[in-house]
Design a protein around this ligand. Structure first.
Ligand SMILES: C[S@@+](CC[C@H](N)C(=O)[O-])C[C@H]1O[C@@H](n2cnc3c(N)ncnc32)[C@H](O)[C@@H]1O
Length: 281
């Protein structure tokens, strides 16, 4: 079954302003982006040349973690928040390839993602997918959405995916509240999978250049809040979850043996992103 929300007038595309979903699409080689997105993406790439590698490594983590959760932990339902413009294989394709009955609810706040959401709704008839047009800043609205309630059984374990989205939440207190609200709604035995941008492995000069580029008001890059290992540990430690091996590591070090097409010579500084998987107690 497939469900698409009514646009309700929200389908206002501000193509004059860069947006993370379209910038990420551009770095991944997609075509669903506009001049403002490409300008912002190119300026960030000038400050941090491995950004395309970082985007690919993040996407590859998403595939590995979904297949690992289905295969090794019998997870059959996913809530994928900050879904991004559809990029095959999407979460439901990875999950349903292993378990055709898998169910996935996607959430994003970019109208372009909503425009392309039909590609996320190509569920195997034995499973189910739905799309919710909502903002991660309002987790209660996501959790109360009828599409979530009719697609997922909240009394059963769920894989909560927050892949490359929490670094768009600038404030640490808000980030903590959002995480706690979402994790608290999960049944015991659920899993949380996060990736989060960091400057930790970067030389000081690169950090400075990136910081200066991202702070330029005219470039309109938008909120971006990389976090240190210490900051992330503090956020994650309050959640009532048990980390799964290997804990908080670079995306390139999260079960690289599960990657069917590893890129040679990619290191932590290329990815500049942490990955973390934990089990809800
Ligand atoms: C870098 S992309 C990641 C896409 C996908 N999760 C992946 O890792 O391949 C970040 C996504 O988060 C979405 N996003 C950013 N802030 C958001 C918010 N406050 N609420 C919902 N989605 C948001 C963007 O629209 C974009 O699609």
């Amino acid at each position: 079954m497939t469900d698409l929300p009514a646009p309700e007038g929200r389908l206002k595309l501000d193509i004059g302003k860069p947006h993370p979903a379209r910038r990420y699409d551009y770095w991944l080689g997609g075509k669903d982006n506009f001049a403002a997105d490409r300008e912002s993406a190119d300026a960030i790439a000038a400050a941090f040349p491995p950004i395309r590698i970082a985007a690919r490594e993040n996407r590859k983590f998403l595939r590995r973690v979904v297949s690992n959760l289905v295969r090794e932990h019998a997870i059959k339902q996913f809530l994928d928040v900050g879904t991004g413009i559809p990029t095959s294989p999407n979460t439901h394709e990875v999950a349903q390839d292993i378990d055709p009955t898998a169910r996935v609810v996607y959430v994003d706040n970019d109208p372009v993602v909503l425009c392309h959401a039909r590609a996320l709704l190509t569920s195997d008839p034995r499973g189910r997918t739905a799309y919710i047009d909502a903002d991660l800043n309002h987790p209660g609205k996501i959790l109360d959405d009828p599409a979530l309630r009719t697609t997922l059984d909240m009394n059963q374990p769920i894989g909560l995916l927050l892949v490359a989205v929490m670094h768009f939440i600038g404030d640490n207190t808000n980030a903590g509240d959002i995480l706690r609200k979402l994790v608290d709604a999960l049944a015991p035995g659920s899993y949380l999978a996060i990736t989060h941008a960091t400057y930790d492995p970067l030389p000081e000069a690169v950090r400075r250049t990136l910081h200066q580029e991202l702070a330029k008001p005219a470039a309109q890059h938008g909120t971006f809040r990389p976090r240190t290992r210490q900051e992330l540990t503090e956020l994650l430690d309050t959640l009532g979850v048990e980390p799964v091996h290997p804990g908080l590591v670079s995306t390139v070090h999260w079960h690289p043996e599960l990657d069917p097409s590893p890129e040679v010579g990619v290191d932590e500084a290329d990815a500049s992103c942490y990955a973390y998987v934990a089990r809800r107690l």
